[in-house]
Ligand binder design. Structure first.
Ligand SMILES: *[C@@H]1O[C@H](CO)[C@@H](O)[C@H](O)[C@H]1NC(C)=O
Length: 228
C-alpha cells in the first residue's frame, strides 16, 4: 500500500519541478524578431456598419526594443480628406482595426477616436500596439491624436499622408513562482519533523528535572550514609 502513495508523491513532485522549469524557460526566451507584419485598416464612411479599407502596414522588427516600421499603403486624396471632414462634422468616430497579415481569420483588434481629433491633428497620430510576449500576434491597439479636444478649426493644408508614431509594447510577464526552492524548503521541513524538531541532547533537555533529583539524592542519600 505504501508504493502507490510514494509513486504519487514522486509524480506530483516531478510535475511541479517540470512546471517550474518550463515557466522559467519561457521567461528567458528571446522575443522573435521581424516575424510580425500588421495591416491597419480604417473606416471613413461612418454609419452603423462601417466599411474598412487597408491604409498602412506595420513591420514589427523587435518586440523587445519596441522597434517597428510603418508604411502607408494608400494615397491620401482630397476625396478621402472630404470623407474625414464629413465624419468630423457629423461628430462621428474614426475607427481603425489591426490584424496580422495573412491571418485575417484569427480576427482583429480595433479602436477609435473622434474623427474631428484626427482631422484637426492633420492625420498625426500615435499608434500603440500591444504584442504578445512571443511577438507572434497583436493583442491590443490604441490611437492617440495630439489634438485631444476639438476646437472646430480645420487644418490649413491638405495633409500629405498619415504621420504615425508607432509604439510597440508587450504585456509585462507575471513573476514566476520559484517552485524548486519551495519544494526544497518543504522537504527540509518534512525531514526536520521526521527527525524531531528538538535535537538537543537528553541532558540539555531534561536538566531541570535531573538536577533536583540528583541534589535530593546527594543531600538525603549522603545524610543517610553518614548516619550509618
Ligand atoms: C508629424 O508628427 C510629429 C510628432 O509626432 C510632429 O512633430 C510633426 O510636425 C508632424 N508632421 C506633420 C507633417 O504633421
Amino acid at each position: 500500500m505504501a508504493t502507490p502513495s510514494l509513486l504519487c508523491h514522486f509524480a506530483a513532485l516531478t510535475l511541479l519541478l517540470l512546471a517550474g522549469g518550463g515557466a522559467r524557460g519561457l521567461q528567458e526566451d528571446e522575443f522573435l524578431d521581424g516575424q510580425l507584419t500588421l495591416v491597419v485598416e480604417d473606416a471613413l464612411e461612418g454609419g452603423p456598419d462601417p466599411v474598412f479599407t487597408p491604409r498602412s502596414t506595420i513591420q514589427v522588427r523587435s518586440v523587445k526594443s519596441g522597434s517597428a516600421v510603418i508604411s502607408h499603403t494608400r494615397t491620401w486624396t482630397a476625396e478621402l480628406d472630404t470623407k474625414l471632414r464629413t465624419l468630423a462634422d457629423n461628430n462621428d468616430l474614426y475607427r481603425i482595426r489591426v490584424y496580422q497579415k495573412g491571418s485575417e481569420d484569427k480576427g482583429h483588434v480595433s479602436t477609435f477616436t473622434k474623427a474631428c481629433q484626427m482631422y484637426e491633428s492633420s492625420l498625426t497620430e500615435t499608434l500603440s500596439l500591444v504584442v504578445d510576449g512571443g511577438g507572434t500576434s497583436v493583442v491590443g491597439v490604441g490611437i492617440f491624436p495630439p489634438v485631444a479636444v476639438c476646437g472646430g478649426e480645420a487644418p490649413l493644408d491638405l495633409p500629405v499622408q498619415h504621420n504615425t508614431t508607432v509604439i510597440i509594447r508587450s504585456p509585462i510577464p507575471a513573476p514566476v513562482p520559484d517552485t524548486a526552492t519551495y519544494i526544497e524548503k518543504l522537504e527540509a521541513m518534512k525531514n526536520e519533523k521526521a527527525e524531531g524538531k528538538d535535537n538537543r541532547s537528553f541532558l540539555a533537555k531534561y536538566w531541570i528535572y535531573i538536577v533536583p533529583v540528583v541534589l535530593i539524592m546527594v543531600l538525603f542519600g549522603g545524610g543517610q550514609e553518614g548516619g550509618r
